[in-house]
Write a protein that binds this ligand. Structure first.
Ligand code: FES
Ligand code: FES
Length: 194
C-alpha cells in the first residue's frame, strides 16, 4: 500500500493505493467520477483520457502510486463553471452519437489547445489519433475542435500574443478538407465494428 496525495479537478486527495491500482479505477470506483470511460483497458482506445499535469494520458495505464504531487483533470473538471467551449462545440457540430468516446476526445483536444491554441488540421488529427470513435466518425469531431481553436487563437491574438500560429485553413476561413482519417487496415476494421 502506498499513500499518495494529488489533486483531482482542483481538490486535493490523499489515498492509500495498491501497487497495481490504476488511475482509472481510482477515478471511477473510489471517487465516483464516471465521466472517464473504460473501453479497452490496455491503452488502445483513448476512452479513458484525462489530463495529468496538463498532458493527455490514458488513465488505464497510469499507476495511481505514481501520482504523488500530480494534478489530474477529468471531464467533470472541465465543466465545473459551465460547459467547456470544446464540449459546446461537440454539441454544435453533432460530433457525438453514443458518446462513449467523447470525454476522451474532449480531453485530448483540451490538452492540444492548451499547448497549441492554433493547431493545423494535421495537428488536430495527430492529437486525437489515439482516440477511437466507432460511430460518429472523425470529421465532425475535427470541425468542432477547429472551431474552438479559431476562437481561442483569435482571443489570444487580440491580447497581442505575437507567437500565435494560425492554421492556413482557419486563416482563409476555408472548410476543412473532408478526407478520411489516416488509419491502418486493422484500425479501419475496428472502426467498422469488426
Ligand atoms: S480504456 Fe484506456 S485506452 Fe482504452
Ligand atoms: S460517439 Fe460512439 S464511439 Fe464515438
Amino acid at each position: 500500500m502506498n499513500r499518495v496525495t494529488f489533486s483531482v479537478n482542483g481538490v486535493e486527495r490523499t489515498l492509500d493505493v495498491e501497487p497495481g491500482e490504476r488511475l482509472l479505477d481510482v477515478l471511477r470506483v473510489r471517487l465516483g467520477l464516471t465521466g472517464t470511460k473504460e473501453g479497452c483497458g490496455v491503452g488502445m482506445c483513448g476512452a479513458c483520457t484525462v489530463l495529468v499535469d496538463g498532458r493527455a494520458e490514458n488513465a488505464c495505464l497510469v499507476p495511481a502510486a505514481s501520482l504523488d504531487g500530480a494534478r489530474v483533470v477529468t471531464i467533470e473538471g472541465l465543466s465545473e463553471g459551465g460547459l467547456d467551449p470544446l464540449q459546446q462545440a461537440f454539441l454544435d457540430h453533432h460530433a457525438i452519437q453514443c458518446g462513449f468516446c467523447t470525454p476522451g476526445l474532449v480531453m485530448s483536444a483540451r490538452a492540444l489547445l492548451d499547448e497549441n491554441p492554433a493547431p493545423t488540421e494535421e495537428e488536430i488529427r495527430t492529437a486525437i489519433q489515439g482516440n477511437l470513435c466507432r460511430c460518429t466518425g472523425y470529421e465532425q469531431v475535427i470541425a468542432a475542435i477547429a472551431s474552438v481553436a479559431g476562437v481561442e487563437a483569435r482571443a489570444l491574438a487580440d491580447e497581442g500574443d505575437a507567437t500565435i500560429r494560425r492554421s492556413p485553413a482557419l486563416q482563409a476561413g476555408a472548410p476543412f478538407a473532408r478526407k478520411p482519417p489516416t488509419a491502418t487496415p486493422e484500425l479501419q476494421l475496428q472502426l467498422r465494428g469488426r
